[in-house]
Design a binder for this molecule. Structure first.
Ligand code: AMP
Length: 372
């Protein structure tokens, strides 16, 4: 297996990796980094948890560092597009962590907050911009950012971009980019629309594929409990009170459902918080940091809010409601098997959800054992 120092990365990046305790590149990193460093376009089939962020952030930082030049105000040299503000923030944090010793500047742009600070950061000239598509288009329209200096474009979690309706905004953004750029495209799955978007954005890409869904599925010990809807709350509280449930992510179908679960758990003495689209950015960040620090051991999330949540050490995922789409099931349980870790997933299934369960079992090609 390759070591980081065999990849030819600049010394400040290697130091940052040492500090972050990364000893060995993950498969997506050892496969993708050499091609990206050689200037190729890349089509990466990889899901969150595979280390894909470093797979693009490290070679981008290397390129910016070794060919250093000032960026004019309101421009950037690398542009990363991400579907959610949580993911955008995490990607920007990764750039900052790996680039700590380099003096390169990263800024993050997303909607739902005032524009002032983002405009100010852009006006000073930055090297890397990580953005959600809507706010980026907004700031482009107001001429606070222009993309004519972009050397590298990254599109992350392209399949989630599609789910959230971002394909047209992405095409609009792409029109403003120099044709001579390098483009890197990551997606966990490759539905037709995404393959065609990749075709439009990439030139002669190298294809790298790691950890197809089945791999995550294999690492997670899964089970199902058949529970009538009316008894789910009680069963959940009982399961969560077991001492080995150190850090548990509970998935609910709706925002209100998530809130109701948190209230019920509080009434039974289980400390939990909810994260979903109706929460303010401050509330979401607090819920995440309490969960990360272990102060609150249970986080109840909707599928959309959970996308891009990067928390290591999730020991259990509980599907309070089964997702209708089998892919969402794989995404959910993948939260507990990040960067090679293993974990457990329990699904609470009532009679009306048996069809969804069948669909999931077909998709993952296994029958879920029934938990005692
Ligand atoms: P990602 O798939 O980029 O969201 O990364 C998943 C998690 O793996 C993050 O918490 C990273 O900090 C961590 N990670 C990424 N690359 C490595 C590595 N080479 N060694 C150890 N941890 C890593």
């Amino acid at each position: 297996m390759t070591a980081f120092n065999e990849l030819g990365l600049a010394a400040p990046l290697l130091t940052a990796l040492q500090r972050a305790d990364y000893t060995t590149p993950t498969p997506i990193q050892s496969q993708a980094i050499p091609y990206v460093m050689a200037g190729h376009d890349l089509l990466g089939i990889a899901q969150t948890g595979t280390g894909k962020t470093a797979a693009f952030a490290l070679p981008i930082l290397h390129r910016l560092l070794t060919d250093r030049r000032p960026t004019p105000r309101g421009a950037c040299r690398a542009l990363v597009l991400a579907p959610t503000r949580e993911l955008a923030t995490q990607i920007a944090d990764s750039f900052k962590t790996y680039g700590r010793q380099t003096g390169l500047r990263t800024t993050v742009i997303y909607g739902g907050v005032p524009k002032g600070r983002q405009i100010q950061a852009l006006s000073q000239g930055v090297d890397v911009v990580v953005a959600t598509p809507g706010r980026l288009l907004d700031l482009m329209g107001d001429k606070y950012i222009r993309l004519n200096q972009v050397e590298v474009l990254v599109l992350d979690e392209a399949d989630h971009m599609l789910d959230l309706g971002f394909v047209i905004p992405i095409k609009k953004i792409a029109k403003e980019l120099p044709a001579s750029r390098q483009s890197l495209f990551f997606s966990a799955t490759m539905p037709k629309e995404i393959a065609s978007l990749a075709g439009a954005l990439l030139r002669d890409p190298v294809k790298v594929s790691v950890a197809p869904p089945a791999t995550t599925v294999e690492r997670v010990a899964q089970s199902v409990m058949f529970v009538p809807q009316s008894e789910k709350r009680g069963v959940l509280a009982r399961v969560l009170r077991q001492p080995h449930m150190v850090r548990t992510l509970v998935f609910a179908r709706t925002k209100h459902g998530a809130d109701r679960i948190v209230q019920h758990l509080a009434a039974t003495g289980v400390n939990a918080s909810a994260i979903h689209g109706n929460k303010s950015q401050g509330q979401r960040e607090r819920a995440l940091s309490d969960f990360r620090s272990g102060q609150v051991p249970v986080l109840v999330a909707t599928d959309i809010a959970a996308r891009g949540i990067d928390v290591d050490g999730v020991t259990h995922v509980i599907n309070y409601d089964l997702p209708d789409v089998p892919d969402a099931y794989v995404h959910r349980i993948g939260r507990t098997a990040r960067a090679g870790a293993t974990g457990s997933a329990i699904s609470l299934c009532d009679d009306t959800e048996r069809g969804a369960l069948k669909g999931i079992e077909r998709h993952i090609r296994q029958k879920l054992p029934v938990a005692a």
